[in-house]
Design a protein. Structure first.
Length: 202
C-alpha cells in the first residue's frame, strides 16, 4: 500500500514536484515551435524572427508554447527559490514571466512585445549567471557556460541584425532558447533523479 502523504507535508510535496516543470516547460515550448515552423513553409531561419510565427495562421501554436513554457518554467524557478531563498533568482522569474507575455502580446503589439522579449533574453541568463555562484561543482560551470553563451549569442545576433547585415533573428533566438531550456532540463533532471550529486541544482 502506498504511503499516504501527510497534509502538513503536502505543500512541500507539491513544491518538490514543481522542479519537474523545468523539464515539461522547455520541452512543450520547443516542440510547439518546431511544429509551427514545420507547418509554415514561408518561414526562413535566416530571414525571420521567431515571433513572426505568432501572427500567422498557426500562430496559436507558437504563442501557446511560449505561454505554457513561461508559466511552467516560472514554477520551476520558484521551486528552487523555495529550497534556497536566493533573491537574485527573481531575475530568472522576471525572465520566464516575460516569456509568457511574449506569447500573450504578440508582434501586433510591436514595442511592448519587443520589450518583453528583450527582458526574457537578457534577465534570464543574467539571473542564471548570478545563481551559478551558489550551485554545486559541475552544475556551477554548466550555468556559467549557458548564461555567458546566451548573452554573447543575443548580443552578436542583435549587432548583425541592426548594424552589419539584415538577417533574421530566428537563429540567435533559437540558440539562446535551447541553451536556457537545457539549463532548466538538466537542473530539473539532476535534482529529481540524482539529487546530491555534483550536478545537483541546489
Amino acid at each position: 500500500m502506498d504511503k499516504k502523504v501527510e497534509p502538513k507535508n503536502f505543500k512541500e510535496y507539491i513544491w518538490n514536484k514543481f522542479i519537474y516543470m523545468g523539464i515539461a516547460g522547455p520541452v512543450i515550448t520547443l516542440l510547439l515551435i518546431i511544429i509551427d515552423v514545420y507547418l509554415s513553409p514561408w518561414f526562413s531561419w535566416s530571414g525571420n524572427a521567431l515571433s513572426d510565427l505568432g501572427v500567422m495562421p498557426y500562430g496559436y501554436l507558437f504563442n501557446s508554447g511560449l505561454i505554457i513554457g513561461g508559466l511552467l518554467s516560472t514554477l520551476f524557478v520558484l521551486a528552487i527559490f523555495k529550497k534556497i531563498n536566493f533573491k537574485p533568482l527573481y531575475l530568472i522569474v522576471i525572465g520566464t514571466i516575460s516569456l509568457a507575455f511574449v506569447g500573450v502580446l504578440n508582434e501586433h503589439y510591436s514595442y511592448i512585445h519587443l520589450a518583453f522579449a528583450l527582458v526574457y533574453f537578457v534577465f534570464t541568463p543574467i539571473g542564471i549567471l548570478i545563481y551559478s555562484f551558489k550551485t554545486k561543482k559541475i552544475y556551477k560551470y554548466w550555468g556559467f557556460f549557458v548564461s555567458i553563451s546566451s548573452i554573447i549569442d543575443i548580443i552578436v545576433g542583435i549587432y548583425f541584425y541592426y548594424f552589419y547585415i539584415k538577417i533574421g533573428l530566428a537563429i540567435p533566438e533559437i540558440i539562446e532558447a535551447i541553451l536556457l531550456s537545457l539549463w532548466c532540463v538538466v537542473g530539473a533532471f539532476s535534482n529529481g533523479y540524482i539529487n546530491g550529486s555534483n550536478w545537483s541544482i541546489v
